[in-house]
Design a protein around this ligand. Structure first.
Ligand code: KIV
Length: 274
Protein backbone atom coordinates (compact mmCIF):
# COMPACT_ATOMS: atom_id res chain seq x y z
CA UNK A 1 0.00 0.00 0.00
CA UNK A 2 1.29 3.48 -0.89
CA UNK A 3 2.29 5.71 2.02
CA UNK A 4 1.99 8.95 0.02
CA UNK A 5 -1.12 11.00 0.62
CA UNK A 6 -2.82 13.26 -1.90
CA UNK A 7 -2.74 16.97 -1.00
CA UNK A 8 -5.78 17.88 1.09
CA UNK A 9 -8.56 19.33 -1.06
CA UNK A 10 -9.80 22.66 0.19
CA UNK A 11 -13.57 22.98 0.59
CA UNK A 12 -14.63 25.85 -1.69
CA UNK A 13 -17.11 28.35 -0.34
CA UNK A 14 -20.04 29.03 -2.66
CA UNK A 15 -22.94 31.46 -2.90
CA UNK A 16 -25.08 28.76 -1.26
CA UNK A 17 -22.72 28.21 1.68
CA UNK A 18 -22.39 31.97 2.16
CA UNK A 19 -26.20 32.42 2.18
CA UNK A 20 -26.57 29.54 4.64
CA UNK A 21 -24.26 31.19 7.16
CA UNK A 22 -27.00 33.73 8.01
CA UNK A 23 -27.67 33.57 11.75
CA UNK A 24 -24.83 31.07 12.32
CA UNK A 25 -21.48 32.84 12.18
CA UNK A 26 -20.13 36.12 10.89
CA UNK A 27 -18.79 36.43 7.36
CA UNK A 28 -15.52 38.14 6.52
CA UNK A 29 -14.77 39.62 3.11
CA UNK A 30 -11.82 41.46 1.57
CA UNK A 31 -11.15 43.00 -1.80
CA UNK A 32 -8.21 41.85 -3.94
CA UNK A 33 -7.00 42.91 -7.35
CA UNK A 34 -4.01 40.66 -8.12
CA UNK A 35 -2.81 37.11 -7.61
CA UNK A 36 -0.29 37.76 -4.81
CA UNK A 37 -2.74 39.46 -2.50
CA UNK A 38 -5.51 37.06 -3.53
CA UNK A 39 -3.32 34.14 -2.34
CA UNK A 40 -2.55 35.91 0.94
CA UNK A 41 -6.21 36.76 1.54
CA UNK A 42 -7.30 33.22 0.72
CA UNK A 43 -4.68 31.72 3.06
CA UNK A 44 -5.91 34.03 5.86
CA UNK A 45 -9.22 32.15 5.95
CA UNK A 46 -11.34 35.03 4.67
CA UNK A 47 -14.74 33.84 3.38
CA UNK A 48 -15.24 36.10 0.38
CA UNK A 49 -12.78 37.78 -1.98
CA UNK A 50 -14.28 40.63 -4.00
CA UNK A 51 -12.70 42.08 -7.11
CA UNK A 52 -14.29 45.44 -6.44
CA UNK A 53 -14.56 48.33 -8.84
CA UNK A 54 -12.72 50.13 -6.03
CA UNK A 55 -9.76 49.02 -8.16
CA UNK A 56 -10.38 52.30 -10.03
CA UNK A 57 -9.30 54.19 -6.91
CA UNK A 58 -6.90 51.71 -5.28
CA UNK A 59 -5.02 50.48 -8.37
CA UNK A 60 -5.69 52.96 -11.17
CA UNK A 61 -5.55 56.17 -9.14
CA UNK A 62 -8.95 57.61 -10.12
CA UNK A 63 -11.01 59.81 -7.80
CA UNK A 64 -14.00 57.44 -7.97
CA UNK A 65 -15.08 54.10 -9.48
CA UNK A 66 -16.84 55.48 -12.57
CA UNK A 67 -13.95 55.14 -15.08
CA UNK A 68 -13.58 51.37 -14.43
CA UNK A 69 -14.54 49.28 -17.45
CA UNK A 70 -15.84 45.75 -17.75
CA UNK A 71 -12.54 44.76 -19.41
CA UNK A 72 -10.66 46.10 -16.36
CA UNK A 73 -12.72 43.97 -13.98
CA UNK A 74 -12.43 40.88 -16.19
CA UNK A 75 -8.64 41.33 -16.30
CA UNK A 76 -8.25 41.70 -12.52
CA UNK A 77 -10.73 38.90 -11.78
CA UNK A 78 -8.71 36.51 -13.95
CA UNK A 79 -5.58 37.31 -11.94
CA UNK A 80 -7.35 36.99 -8.58
CA UNK A 81 -9.04 33.72 -9.57
CA UNK A 82 -5.58 32.14 -9.98
CA UNK A 83 -4.84 32.86 -6.31
CA UNK A 84 -8.11 31.84 -4.67
CA UNK A 85 -8.71 28.22 -3.67
CA UNK A 86 -11.11 28.36 -0.73
CA UNK A 87 -12.82 31.75 -0.60
CA UNK A 88 -15.95 32.55 -2.58
CA UNK A 89 -14.94 34.80 -5.50
CA UNK A 90 -17.17 37.73 -6.44
CA UNK A 91 -16.59 40.37 -9.14
CA UNK A 92 -18.17 43.81 -9.42
CA UNK A 93 -20.29 44.83 -12.38
CA UNK A 94 -18.78 48.26 -13.13
CA UNK A 95 -20.61 51.49 -13.92
CA UNK A 96 -22.58 51.38 -17.20
CA UNK A 97 -22.09 47.66 -17.71
CA UNK A 98 -25.67 46.97 -16.51
CA UNK A 99 -27.60 50.22 -16.13
CA UNK A 100 -28.70 50.70 -19.77
CA UNK A 101 -30.48 47.37 -20.25
CA UNK A 102 -31.04 43.93 -18.77
CA UNK A 103 -29.35 42.47 -21.82
CA UNK A 104 -26.19 44.50 -21.12
CA UNK A 105 -26.21 43.29 -17.52
CA UNK A 106 -26.65 39.63 -18.45
CA UNK A 107 -23.81 39.76 -21.01
CA UNK A 108 -21.51 41.64 -18.62
CA UNK A 109 -22.16 39.22 -15.77
CA UNK A 110 -21.62 36.31 -18.14
CA UNK A 111 -18.17 37.68 -19.04
CA UNK A 112 -17.19 37.98 -15.38
CA UNK A 113 -17.98 34.29 -14.82
CA UNK A 114 -16.88 32.91 -18.19
CA UNK A 115 -13.70 34.94 -18.81
CA UNK A 116 -12.86 36.14 -15.30
CA UNK A 117 -13.61 32.98 -13.33
CA UNK A 118 -15.88 34.78 -10.82
CA UNK A 119 -18.48 32.70 -9.00
CA UNK A 120 -20.92 35.56 -8.45
CA UNK A 121 -21.38 39.18 -9.44
CA UNK A 122 -22.08 42.22 -7.29
CA UNK A 123 -24.18 45.12 -8.50
CA UNK A 124 -25.32 48.36 -6.93
CA UNK A 125 -28.90 49.50 -6.49
CA UNK A 126 -32.33 48.60 -5.16
CA UNK A 127 -35.77 48.46 -6.75
CA UNK A 128 -34.34 49.63 -10.10
CA UNK A 129 -32.05 46.56 -10.42
CA UNK A 130 -34.50 43.94 -9.12
CA UNK A 131 -35.53 42.74 -12.61
CA UNK A 132 -31.89 42.27 -13.56
CA UNK A 133 -31.18 40.36 -10.33
CA UNK A 134 -34.13 38.10 -11.12
CA UNK A 135 -32.93 37.51 -14.68
CA UNK A 136 -29.34 36.77 -13.64
CA UNK A 137 -30.31 34.34 -10.90
CA UNK A 138 -32.79 32.61 -13.21
CA UNK A 139 -29.81 31.97 -15.55
CA UNK A 140 -27.75 30.56 -12.66
CA UNK A 141 -25.61 33.62 -11.96
CA UNK A 142 -25.51 34.33 -8.22
CA UNK A 143 -25.92 38.00 -7.31
CA UNK A 144 -24.66 39.96 -4.33
CA UNK A 145 -26.56 43.23 -3.94
CA UNK A 146 -25.10 46.55 -2.74
CA UNK A 147 -27.24 49.24 -1.07
CA UNK A 148 -26.71 52.39 1.00
CA UNK A 149 -23.84 54.59 -0.16
CA UNK A 150 -23.43 53.02 -3.59
CA UNK A 151 -20.22 54.56 -5.00
CA UNK A 152 -21.40 54.47 -8.63
CA UNK A 153 -23.96 57.13 -7.59
CA UNK A 154 -21.33 59.41 -6.04
CA UNK A 155 -22.39 62.40 -8.15
CA UNK A 156 -26.06 61.90 -7.27
CA UNK A 157 -25.12 61.82 -3.57
CA UNK A 158 -22.87 64.89 -3.84
CA UNK A 159 -19.84 62.91 -2.59
CA UNK A 160 -19.11 59.76 -0.58
CA UNK A 161 -21.64 60.61 2.13
CA UNK A 162 -23.42 58.44 4.70
CA UNK A 163 -26.87 57.53 3.33
CA UNK A 164 -30.13 56.67 5.09
CA UNK A 165 -30.09 59.40 7.72
CA UNK A 166 -33.22 61.05 6.29
CA UNK A 167 -36.57 59.24 6.43
CA UNK A 168 -36.94 59.18 2.65
CA UNK A 169 -33.49 57.71 1.94
CA UNK A 170 -33.87 55.24 4.86
CA UNK A 171 -37.12 54.02 3.26
CA UNK A 172 -35.54 53.83 -0.20
CA UNK A 173 -32.65 51.72 1.12
CA UNK A 174 -34.93 49.30 3.03
CA UNK A 175 -37.26 48.89 0.03
CA UNK A 176 -34.28 48.46 -2.29
CA UNK A 177 -32.63 45.80 -0.13
CA UNK A 178 -35.92 43.90 0.16
CA UNK A 179 -36.46 44.08 -3.60
CA UNK A 180 -32.98 42.76 -4.35
CA UNK A 181 -33.36 39.94 -1.79
CA UNK A 182 -36.80 38.99 -3.12
CA UNK A 183 -35.42 38.98 -6.67
CA UNK A 184 -32.98 36.23 -5.64
CA UNK A 185 -29.76 37.85 -4.36
CA UNK A 186 -27.89 35.57 -1.93
CA UNK A 187 -26.29 38.39 0.10
CA UNK A 188 -26.12 42.17 0.12
CA UNK A 189 -23.39 44.69 0.87
CA UNK A 190 -24.63 47.58 3.02
CA UNK A 191 -22.32 50.59 2.78
CA UNK A 192 -22.03 53.73 4.92
CA UNK A 193 -25.39 53.89 6.70
CA UNK A 194 -26.22 54.57 10.37
CA UNK A 195 -25.74 51.47 12.53
CA UNK A 196 -29.48 51.34 13.34
CA UNK A 197 -30.26 50.94 9.64
CA UNK A 198 -27.55 48.25 9.28
CA UNK A 199 -29.17 46.42 12.21
CA UNK A 200 -32.69 46.83 10.79
CA UNK A 201 -31.64 45.41 7.41
CA UNK A 202 -29.84 42.51 9.09
CA UNK A 203 -32.96 41.64 11.08
CA UNK A 204 -35.37 42.08 8.19
CA UNK A 205 -33.57 40.30 5.38
CA UNK A 206 -33.36 36.52 5.11
CA UNK A 207 -29.98 36.82 3.35
CA UNK A 208 -26.69 37.91 4.95
CA UNK A 209 -25.87 41.60 5.12
CA UNK A 210 -22.19 42.39 4.64
CA UNK A 211 -21.44 45.76 6.12
CA UNK A 212 -18.86 48.40 5.36
CA UNK A 213 -19.48 51.37 7.60
CA UNK A 214 -22.87 49.88 8.54
CA UNK A 215 -22.22 48.86 12.15
CA UNK A 216 -21.50 45.65 14.06
CA UNK A 217 -24.98 44.12 13.73
CA UNK A 218 -24.42 43.14 10.08
CA UNK A 219 -24.02 39.43 9.32
CA UNK A 220 -20.52 40.07 8.00
CA UNK A 221 -18.00 42.80 7.30
CA UNK A 222 -16.07 43.74 4.18
CA UNK A 223 -13.07 46.03 3.88
CA UNK A 224 -10.87 47.18 1.06
CA UNK A 225 -7.52 45.37 1.23
CA UNK A 226 -5.49 48.60 1.02
CA UNK A 227 -7.25 49.96 4.11
CA UNK A 228 -6.69 46.76 6.14
CA UNK A 229 -2.99 46.73 5.26
CA UNK A 230 -2.45 50.48 5.69
CA UNK A 231 -0.97 50.66 2.20
CA UNK A 232 -1.65 54.38 1.86
CA UNK A 233 -0.21 56.18 4.90
CA UNK A 234 -2.27 59.29 4.06
CA UNK A 235 -5.70 57.63 3.79
CA UNK A 236 -7.90 55.91 6.39
CA UNK A 237 -11.66 56.03 6.03
CA UNK A 238 -13.54 56.40 9.35
CA UNK A 239 -15.16 52.95 9.02
CA UNK A 240 -11.93 51.06 8.23
CA UNK A 241 -9.34 49.58 10.57
CA UNK A 242 -5.68 49.34 9.52
CA UNK A 243 -4.20 46.10 10.89
CA UNK A 244 -0.71 46.92 9.57
CA UNK A 245 1.25 49.86 8.16
CA UNK A 246 2.60 48.20 5.04
CA UNK A 247 2.72 51.42 3.04
CA UNK A 248 5.41 52.90 5.31
CA UNK A 249 7.16 49.52 5.57
CA UNK A 250 7.32 49.32 1.76
CA UNK A 251 8.65 52.87 1.48
CA UNK A 252 11.35 52.06 4.08
CA UNK A 253 12.33 48.90 2.15
CA UNK A 254 12.60 50.87 -1.13
CA UNK A 255 14.71 53.53 0.62
CA UNK A 256 17.05 50.85 2.05
CA UNK A 257 17.50 49.41 -1.45
CA UNK A 258 18.28 52.86 -2.87
CA UNK A 259 20.87 53.43 -0.06
CA UNK A 260 22.54 50.04 -0.68
CA UNK A 261 22.77 50.66 -4.43
CA UNK A 262 24.31 54.09 -3.87
CA UNK A 263 26.79 52.79 -1.27
CA UNK A 264 27.74 49.78 -3.43
CA UNK A 265 26.65 47.22 -0.78
CA UNK A 266 24.05 45.73 -3.13
CA UNK A 267 24.60 43.31 -4.75
CA UNK A 268 26.89 41.44 -2.34
CA UNK A 269 28.70 38.14 -2.95
CA UNK A 270 25.57 36.12 -2.06
CA UNK A 271 23.57 37.93 -4.75
CA UNK A 272 26.29 37.57 -7.41
CA UNK A 273 27.05 34.69 -9.85
CA UNK A 274 30.64 33.37 -10.02
O1 KIV B 1 -15.67 48.09 -4.94
C1 KIV B 1 -15.55 47.66 -3.78
O2 KIV B 1 -14.44 47.37 -3.29
C2 KIV B 1 -16.75 47.51 -2.99
C3 KIV B 1 -16.59 47.21 -1.54
C4 KIV B 1 -16.05 48.36 -0.82
C5 KIV B 1 -17.86 46.73 -0.93
O3 KIV B 1 -17.82 47.66 -3.49
Amino acid sequence: MSTTTAPARVAKLSAVSIRDRKGKDKLSALTAYDVVFARLADASGVDIVLVGDSLGMMVQGHANTLPVTLNDVVYHTRAVARGVQRAHLVADLPFMSYQASIEDGVRAAGRLLQEGGAEAVKLEGGVEVADLVHKLTSFGIPVMGHVGMTPQSVHQFGGFRVQGRQEESHKRIVEGALAVAQAGAYSVVVESVPEALGAELSQTLAIPTIGIGAGAACDGQILVMHDVLGLDPHWKPRFARAYAQLGLAAQDAFAAFVRDVKSGTFPGPEETFS
